[in-house]
Design a protein around this ligand. Sequence first.
Ligand code: HEC
Length: 402
Amino acid sequence: MNKLPKMPRLARRDRKRPVVQPQPEYKRFDLLQRSEHILFLLSFTLLALTGLPQKFPLSPISDWIFGMLGGVETARAIHHLSAIAMIIMSTVHILEVPYRLIVFRTPITMIPWLDDVRHVWDDILYYLGFRKHKAYYGRYSYAEKMEYLSLIWGTVVMAITGFMMWNPITTLKFLPGEAIPAAKAAHGGEALLAVLAIIIWHFYHVHIKMFNKSMFTGYMSREEMHHEHPAELAAIDEGKKVAPKIPLKTLTLRRLMYLPFAGVTLAAAGFALFYLVDYENTAINYAPPGETAKVFAPLPTQTPLPTQAVPTPAALTWTSFVGPLLQQKCTVCHGVNGVAGLNLTTYSDAMKGATTGPVIVSNDAANSLLYQIQSAGGHPGQLQANELEFIKQWIDAGAPEN
Ligand code: HEC
């Protein structure tokens, strides 16, 4: 590591001046990588904003977020859509990395290696004061590699446990019932871990320790490279980082080798998405509160009008009107062996009256118990006013049978 170039010493007059931002010099991320980062950032944020309130539904912040979104249903829909976006993004990454490895033979730089163990050791010595400077990182520091690997691990865990909760019935074909609450616990716990890792670890490294814009601009200045990736900068300066020219024929051959892998990946991703989006609907829909319902419904005191046509007074007899009316409205209770010994099925039964005596006194409705009880209102089987009026007329007319 002693090959590391020294930073050019600044002339005295330059030292006093405010530091001028150096021009970006070293390309770190291409457009595809930057787009993946932005898409991941967006879907991650949406997933966190709609997921954490579901994990902590009783918190006032969750309440506020659900209120803003118009309910937990919307939050759930956004959560599912963002998950689909993240799965698509991850599929792009799964397609991209082997393409770089197989077709361009790009060196693997994201996997921790022996160098990283030494860097960790060097950094521990540095933090304890036994070394003057931190370890000389290459293209990626061990911290960045670990973050990348945790992101992959986290995404896999979240995708699997998310799928289990999204499709519990399918899941239970392969796993016991405990798997669903276990998936829920893992999903929520991993989510919290991921959000805290981003806010504490990632934000500290890329925003607070230094404002690292390279993931958005694609470039890093020489000074930033010198601080963050000195070993890589040294390798670039020594001309070791020039990508070899690959003949078109070789490229085509490698692309053909890559094709089967791409096909299998795309098929698997398509299958997974199809099952996610167009499958089980097992979530219980949220029912808005506030509906009032009567739990006790008393018998209606007003019964509907009789079906038969209202006859003229001349035809007001038991056979033509009174009999059918009472049979319809009273014999449920006052039939054979009726309530209070009253049977209103036939004319003769009705004229016999109840256990206490007759209920119909010919020519005197006012003194007939039937008329009195019905006039009082609120009887379990209640006649309507106009029906009762005809009963009165009928009794006063001598209560004729025919
Ligand atoms: C749902 C059952 C029910 C229906 C239908 C019903 N009643 Fe009654 N009725 C009773 C009961 C119970 C009593 C005894 C208690 C009371 O007097 O309220 C009674 C009592 C009576 C009595 C008094 C009997 C006595 O000697 O005490 C008369 C008269 C009477 N009903 C007339 C009628 C007429 C007329 C109709 C049809 C329009 C009718 N009821 C429909 C339940 C019913």
